[in-house]
Ligand binder design. Structure first.
Ligand code: NDP
Length: 277
């Protein structure tokens, strides 16, 4: 199964598995079990964050698995209260300690928090952390076009990814276009809108046409658009369902029908105003 997950290539030439496993809202005490299940199912890319407070469960599961570190791709994120030149390195060092790693594969600024106005300085700090070898690749999350443009103009360094809320109800055409013009891969968080899109009648109809589940249809739609996805589940059957995406395809016509579902509907906070510490 592992071999069937394609890699995409980041703008710094490192490969990233296009499908991974997300652990937002997985309780710390259950994280090791969920990640062990995901690794057994064939996932090799795990998306966590300091703010999820479950990095140690991710690290325990990957250690237990015996899978060589260089066959795993692990992302973590710097949270809103750790912006600034002086705080970024200790924040990443704490994450590495929790994970039990010497490096992460991808380190992201979790939110831009424009009201603090420290995201450009923080981005420069991430460039230095990458150069010091603490993270192989660096990127951002929840950046709008103006945040991306400002960070790039100030540093000359283009983020490898922008991780944003993206699903059929919020298709983010402007951010996706900016990403493809600038070599930034788009990672889609809440790829199935935390389940809210699974009873949509168009999705249900396409699922019946292709003989797959609604979640598989939506995840396949992401993959065919070129998005990176990491659905979250603590349910073993769903963990396996969400990786079984590489033996069917959606037609252009089915992709087009899903394209019409964009309603600009967020399930999470607006990055322009989100300030949670
Ligand atoms: P998802 O869109 O992945 O949905 C997860 C929910 O859907 C859970 O309730 C899960 O239930 C359920 N589910 C999963 N698979 C299926 C299935 N096959 N059929 C029916 N229901 C299913 O939401 P997330 O918000 O967790 O997003 C995924 C990942 O994105 C996160 O884990 C995190 O890594 C990242 N993320 C990043 C953010 C950011 O700000 N950068 C913000 C939010 C998420 P159950 O677990 O009970 O099976």
């Amino acid at each position: 199964m592992t071999n069937s997950i394609p890699n995409l290539t980041l703008n710094d030439s490192h490969p990233i598995p296009q499908l991974g496993f997300g652990v937002f809202q997985v309780p710390p005490a259950e994280t090791e079990t969920a990640v062990v299940e995901a690794l057994a199912a064939g996932y090799r890319h795990i998306d966590t964050a300091a703010a999820y407070r479950n990095e140690s469960g991710v690290g325990a599961a990957t250690a237990k698995s015996g899978i060589p570190r260089d066959e795993l791709f692990v992302t973590t994120k710097l949270f809103n209260d750790q912006h600034g030149a002086d705080k970024a390195r200790p924040a990443l060092e704490r994450s590495l300690q929790q994970l039990g790693y010497d490096y992460v594969d991808l380190y992201l600024i979790h939110w831009p928090v424009p009201s603090q106005d420290l995201y450009v300085e923080t981005w420069q700090a991430l460039v230095e952390l990458r150069d010091a070898g603490l993270s192989r690749s660096i990127g951002v999350s929840n950046f709008n076009v103006d945040h991306l443009q400002r960070a790039i103009d100030a540093t000359g360094v283009v983020p490898s990814v922008n991780q944003i809320e993206l699903h059929p109800l919020l298709q983010q055409p402007d951010l996706r276009a900016f990403g493809s013009e600038h070599g930034i891969l788009t990672e889609a968080w809440s790829p199935i809108a935390q389940g809210a899109v699974l009873d949509d009648e168009t999705i249900v109809a396409i699922a019946s046409e292709v003989g797959r589940t609604p979640a598989q249809v939506v995840l396949r739609w992401h993959l065919q658009l070129g998005n990176i996805v990491f659905p979250k589940s603590v349910t073993p059957a769903r963990i396996r369902e969400n990786i079984a995406l590489f033996d069917f395809e959606l037609s252009d016509e089915q992709m087009q029908r899903i394209a019409t579902l964009d309603a600009g509907e967020r399930t999470g906070p607006d990055p322009a105003t989100f300030v949670a510490p």
